[in-house]
Design a protein around this ligand. Structure first.
Ligand code: FES
Ligand SMILES: [Fe+2]
Length: 448
């Protein structure tokens, strides 16, 4: 199950019919058979750092609370956010701190952090009433787990443990110690697209050459995809040096050396994406750009890596010692944790995306984007996301991502047309998305 599968696995079967996106039957199957059965990333752990702090999350019709119950890392409780009296959503806030008793605002029933019913208002009214059994009126608990500084829940009591579910991803990404990273930026967009359109767009690099035009010409590269267990990943391979836009102007230049090529790619991320390349990597890239033009690429990489460590530690942040050159270069570019989380690791941290379906509208989802970085102990990152409604309102915040967003509404529209039979995926560079659909079919069945 956890062995990687590459291009040849997918060549025979690269077509996915449009009904996987458009059929109401598929939509219903996702609601019943996918979301309540798979591990869902809820939040960064630092959102629930203090005892009593909580985050509310919504998995379609199921509202969930994750609460920190003690000082040990695993002292977490996850319960449905539903009062057992008449079904009111128990906590209306999205995050914050709870007292030891969680009151329901409707009639005042009170629950503990583990979901146990502590008291019902005018409890004596139920005296002699067999249907009122406090032990049966607890809020059901939900499975909760942690990895990489993220908190996950699973509504399915029989689901595979989180550790084994994430094993292929963790094997590659654990050396990056994302649990020690903190958000550099965090944006949340209420996006007018189906969640799959978002997940697919950030799960391949095939689009980069045509879609991304503002800073580096990616046309020369390729991004083969691989399936790992239920998940997928792609890694980027350059073909020669990049052409890039000279900073502050409209002139394009072809990099003449490996170090200039590397610098241009880092500068593009730093200037337009605000993720993956943060200050330490940018400073290191500036340094290696000055190396003599005949420096062998291996030496450039070794110097670059060493400088990133130096620049990270200069800020007072820790650089993980097991994040070796081999671990870094072997980790690939972009990991898709089935079904809806995407992580791109870098020496500076990671870029993370998550798309959560809007329970009220299948053509709508809530997208979170975190840029994680390595920062000193005392660091105040964003405590709340910058929130946007629609891609239009996000404009001006991230030129790189805005290029990706330009495709998404157009795809969401096009896939519904009678003129579109289905997707014909690239067997190499979209193998991981083909695999995503194999997994979706496995969970949801195939619509008529
Ligand atoms: S619905 Fe919660 S106390 Fe009545
Ligand atoms: Fe992109």
């Amino acid at each position: 199950m956890n062995k990687p599968h590459g291009r040849d696995t997918f060549k025979a079967d690269i077509f996915v019919p449009a009904n996987r996106w458009t059929s109401p039957e598929r939509d219903a199957a996702e609601r019943e058979r996918l979301w309540p059965k798979t591990w869902q990333m809820v939040c960064r752990e630092d959102r629930i750092a203090g005892v009593g702090s909580f985050v509310a999350h919504q998995i379609l019709d199921d509202p969930v609370l994750v609460i920190r119950t003690g000082d040990a890392p695993d002292d977490l409780s996850a319960i449905y956010n539903v009062c057992q009296h008449r079904g009111r959503r128990l906590v209306d806030r999205k995050s914050g701190t709870l007292g030891h008793e969680i009151p329901c605002r409707f009639h005042g029933w009170r629950y503990g952090w583990d979901g146990a019913l502590k008291s019902a208002t005018d409890e004596e009214d139920w005296e002699g009433c067999p249907a009122f059994d406090k032990s049966n009126l607890s809020i059901p608990q939900i499975r909760v787990g942690r990895w990489g500084g993220f908190v996950f829940v699973n509504l399915d009591a029989d689901a595979e443990p989180l550790d084994s579910w994430l094993a292929p991803v963790a094997a590659a990404l654990d050396p990056f110690h994302l649990e020690d990273c903190k958000p550099h930026f965090w944006a949340q967009i209420h996006a007018p697209i189906n969640w799959k359109v978002f997940a697919e767009a950030f799960n391949e690099g095939y689009h980069a050459g045509e879609t991304h035009k503002i800073g580096v010409n990616y046309r020369g590269g390729t991004s083969p995809g691989v399936a790992y267990g239920p998940h997928g990943m792609f890694f980027s391979e350059g073909r020669g040096f990049s052409e890039y836009k000279v900073r502050g102007g409209n002139r394009w230049k072809l990099a003449e050396t490996f170090q200039e090529h590397l610098w241009a790619n880092m500068a593009h991320q730093y200037d337009t994406l605000f993720a993956l390349t943060l200050d330490p990597t940018m400073k290191a890239a500036d340094k290696i750009r000055e190396l003599p033009s005949d420096t062998p690429p291996e030496q450039v990489m070794a110097d670059f890596y060493g400088s990133i460590i130096e620049e990270t530690e200069k800020t007072g942040a820790k650089f993980p010692r097991d994040l070796t050159v081999e671990a870094w270069t072997g980790a690939g570019t972009d990991w898709h944790i089935f079904p809806n989380t995407i992580i791109l690791p870098s020496l500076d941290g990671a870029l993370v995306y998550r798309a959560v379906p809007d329970p009220k509208d299948r053509d709508s989802c809530f997208v979170d984007i975190w840029s994680l970085g390595r920062f000193p102990e005392v660091y105040e990152g964003p405590a709340e996301p910058s929130a946007f409604v629609g891609f239009e309102s996000f404009k001006g915040n991230n030129p790189f991502l805005e290029e990706d967003f330009e495709n998404m509404e157009a795809v969401n529209e096009g896939i519904k047309s009678r003129g579109f039979k289905g997707a014909t995926f690239n067997p190499s560079q979209e193998a991981q998305i083909r695999h995503f659909h194999t997994m979706l079919d496995k969970y949801c069945g195939t619509p008529e």
